[in-house]
Design a protein around this ligand. Structure first.
Ligand code: GPW
Length: 815
């Protein structure tokens, strides 16, 4: 437990002190942003103290450490989270109240650090929380993007991207460690030879040096002083070198190199589940990997004098293939800088790296042109070639004479480097992120690799930071839970199961309904303020928030909404359970269909809101700029959670877990972690619909799917699509979307993700949702069962599994 106790009086004094010293002002004159900063500084003092203690301990006991590399960490706001974890939230709230401020207003001052796109980045952040809490010695590594994910504005129904600047309020949580600055070499040429003593010599020429400056964010855990450190690298140009070039007259070259260096950490690529193949992105990847490994190796050598025991002391965990260059980069450091043989270096490398795959979408599997890798990191390309050569020889033993198979599995082929193949060849563990996804990896995506390396494959189902997503985001619900089962679930989330005993406790169920209503009201107020739409508090709050992607099938939801609109238009007085459909989603700026889908949602929203015949029963709201802090308002207010991807494509999903934990009921396909949610709550407490994976895959493979036939035979669908062609009264033409569904386009088949095929089953499940909602006792009972069985989706549990089964490090978590 944390040793320090924080009293209101002590905090007031500390905050006043910070205000004086940092802003030269008294509490009475302080603005909200100054108070935020002062609070952050007070909290930070506690964190840095703990971080030093944790670092000293790691240094002292020399136990195996986990290094978690990820191009994204969507950490969310820090002030409330740290205050909660340190056990000072109540005292801080009271202190601020005394000083004349509302805690919630002060939290609002903090910008949401958007250093990620969606699920992948948020997962990494949840895992930092889990590592800190479980007592795992973990460090996260990423890039300190100056601009995170863009800020989304909706202008005339369309997404407009604005740059996001988070550093002004985010900097306070970062402690620079200038003395641990590293240099990364980009580009140039390299020559290698063996000298007279048989020693490998590698010479670099004309490369661009880029400084990697570390900024450390201390990530607190709950009920512990253990800190997980998030090290963010900032790219900087080495000024001194530029000056030399300036004086020798190479003015342009100096400027160019300077600019190149600094752009590396300028912006996060906004594509989710998609590779763009930009050269700057590859530079970012190598920058992250090289700086991180140099850092780890330098410290290791300082302690042990050798890297021979590296694999005993470190795990390099790569979050998807984006940091796969750790494999050749570690080989480079071991061989070129530490005189190891290939064999020794390979043993160490392949015993240090563990890889998590997060997608089966072919367009997201990374491949880099050999020419680009060659140009940007020539020595790394040499090493990859050699890895490939040896790997193909190994494959030959398994598949003798099968040239076709070997070229299919090779790391380098058709002038591209296949990052997933490199990751599999160079790691000791490969895992998927839900039971279903891990099976699909073994059986379909990496079938032949699985034949060779079956023992390397495993599963760790994703988990979420339940303290952030339940205790902090939904304090009223947490209080209710704690009044029944105590606070043990905060560190032993499986204790939530005790709530199953209250499934028939009418008083508790009513209370649950009341709390949901409060949270709905908060969201309704937000919607009123931001969208100018008045929502019906008695309607079902039905939510789909996630990145916009065709495979996630926001389109299926939309088609169904249009069909409900028609139903109501035909029969305005029908007995209809009112529904508010809420969307929140960013589209990659270059993803035209996704952007048009956002526009479509907004066109429908407007049409319905302008129609007095339906607008009290049906409503569509598109919430602008979906992000972590907005999700913290949405999750507690949701009643229906839309998890409707086509089966077999969503690796796991994590929003599904956040909703469930807040008592929303899932309408979903048997995809990703939905399968395990269904197993946890039982089929009677979830609304499952649609094709399952084998059926969906068989139909896609057969090439016999014809959405046109469905259009011709199903009058409901026909009317929906006809309306899409005719438009929604605002002059925007959606024929292109209708065509994509009926005829295909962009090189893809008609209705690639089979929304029409699953439509009838989805509509039927939605009808069950409405009928169930009529019985509020029954609904609340189902909500309770969802909450009670959500404990297994806590990140603490996932981290404990990684620690036990993959990393082989100790954890405090008790299963
Ligand atoms: F393509 N995921 C994501 F695998 O949010 F890299 N962005 C990504 O770029 C990728 C995956 C990548 C998501 C998955 O789509 C989601 O199903 C999963 O729950 C999440 O990663 C965390 O594992």
């Amino acid at each position: 437990m944390p040793k320090t106790q924080y009293t209101k009086t002590a905090l007031k004094e500390a905050i006043a002190g910070k205000l004086q010293r940092h802003f030269a002002c008294e509490v009475e004159d302080a603005t909200k942003d100054q108070v935020y900063e002062a609070c952050a500084l007070v909290v930070r003092d506690a964190l840095t103290e703990h971080m030093i203690e944790t670092q000293n301990e790691v240094e002292r006991d020399g136990e195996r450490q986990v290094h978690y590399l990820c191009m994204e960490f969507l950490v969310g706001r820090s002030l409330r989270n740290n205050a909660y974890n340190l056990g000072m939230l109540d005292a801080l709230t009271a202190a601020l109240k005394d000083m004349g401020f509302e805690m919630a207003d002060i939290f609002e001052e903090e910008a949401d650090p958007g250093l990620g796109n969606g699920g992948l980045g948020r997962l990494a952040a949840c895992y930092m929380d889990g590592m800190a809490t479980d007592g795992v010695r973990g460090t996260g590594y990423s890039i300190r993007y100056e601009h995170g994910i863009f800020k989304q504005k909706i202008v005339e129904g369309q997404q407009v991207e604005l740059p996001d600047s988070w550093l002004s309020t985010g900097e306070v949580w970062q402690i620079p460690a200038m003395d641990e600055t590293r240099e990364v070499k980009i580009g140039g040429t390299v020559d290698t030879y063996f000298d007279d003593n048989g020693k490998l010599v590698v010479n670099y020429h004309d490369y661009t040096p880029v400084l990697a400056v570390p900024y450390d964010m201390p990530i607190s855990g709950y009920g512990t002083n253990n800190i997980a450190r998030l090290r963010l690298w900032k790219a900087q140009s080495p000024i001194a070198l530029d000056m030399k070039l300036f004086s020798s007259g190479e003015y342009l070259k100096a400027l160019e190199k300077h600019a190149l260096a600094e752009t590396i950490s300028m912006v996060l690529y906004p594509e989710d589940n998609h590779r763009e193949g930009q050269s700057l992105r590859l530079k970012q990847q190598y920058f992250l990997v090289s700086a991180t490994l140099q850092d780890i190796c330098a410290k290791h050598k300082a302690k042990y004098g050798t890297l021979e025991n590296f694999a005993h002391k470190h795990v390099l965990h790569i979050n998807d293939t984006h940091p796969t260059l750790v494999i050749p980069e570690l080989m480079r450091i071991l061989m070129d800088e530490n005189d190891m043989s290939w064999e020794q270096a390979w043993n160490i490398t392949s015993q240090s790296v563990a890889y998590t795959n997060h997608t089966v979408m072919p367009e997201a599997l990374e491949c880099w042109p050999v020419s680009l890798v060659q140009e940007l990191m020539p020595r790394i390309m040499q090493i990859i070639y050699e890895i490939n050569e040896r790997f193909c020889k190994e494959l030959w033993n398994y598949f003798p004479n099968d040239f076709q198979k070997i070229s299919k599995l090779a790391i380098v082929a058709d002038d591209t480097v296949r990052m997933a193949h490199l990751a599999i060849a160079g790691s000791f563990s490969i895992n998927g992120v839900s039971a279903l996804h891990s099976e699909i990896l073994k059986e379909r995506v990496f079938t032949d690799f699985y034949k060779i390396y079956s023992s390397k494959f495993c599963n760790v189902t994703n988990g979420i930071a339940h303290r952030r997503w339940l205790c902090e985001a939904n304090p009223e619900l947490a209080e209710l839970i704690e009044s029944k089962i105590g606070t043990g679930y905060r560190t032993h989330p499986s204790e939530l199961q005790v709530l199953n005993n209250y499934a028939d406790d009418k008083e508790l169920l009513d209370k649950l309904g009341e709390i949901k209503r409060h949270n709905k009201q908060r969201l309704a107020d937000y919607i009123k303020e931001h969208n100018g739409i008045e929502v019906n508090m008695d309607s079902i709050f039905d939510v789909q928030v996630k990145r916009l992607h065709e495979y996630k099938r926001q389109m299926l939801n939309i088609l169904h909404i249009i069909s409900l609109y028609h139903k109501l238009k035909d029969n305005p007085d029908m007995d209809f359970v009112p529904r508010t459909f809420i969307f929140g989603s960013k589209a990659a700026p270059g993803y035209a269909v996704a952007k048009k889908t956002i526009q479509l949602i907004n066109s429908i929203s407007k049409m319905i809101d302008n129609d007095p015949a339906v607008r009290d029963k049906l409503k569509v709201v598109f919430l602008e700029d979906y992000k972590v802090s907005l999700a913290e308002i949405i999750m507690p207010a949701a009643e229906v959670s839309e998890q409707i991807s086509i089966a077999g494509k969503e690796a796991s999903g994590t929003g599904n877990m956040k909703f469930m934990m807040n008592g929303a009921l899932t309408i979903g396909t048997m995809d990703g972690a939905n399968v395990e949610i269904c197993e946890a709550v039982g089929k009677e407490n979830i609304f499952i619909f649609g094709m399952e994976t084998p059926e969906a895959e068989a139909l896609a493979a057969s090439g016999s799917y014809e959405p046109m036939v469905i259009y011709q035979n199903d009058p409901v669908i026909r009317r929906v699509l006809d309306q899409m062609i005719h438009g929604f009264g605002d002059g925007v033409d959606y024929t292109d979307i209708a065509n994509l569904l009926l005829h295909g386009g962009n090189g893809g088949p008609a209705d690639r993700y089979m929304s029409l095929k699953d439509f009838a089953s989805y509509a039927e499940a939605q009808e069950r949702v409405s009928q169930t909602y009529r019985d509020q006792d029954q609904w609340n009972r189902m909500a309770l069962i969802n909450i009670a069985n959500s404990g297994r989706f806590a990140a603490d549990r996932s981290i404990a599994e990684y620690a036990q089964n993959i990393w082989r490090v100790k954890t405090n978590f008790a299963f």
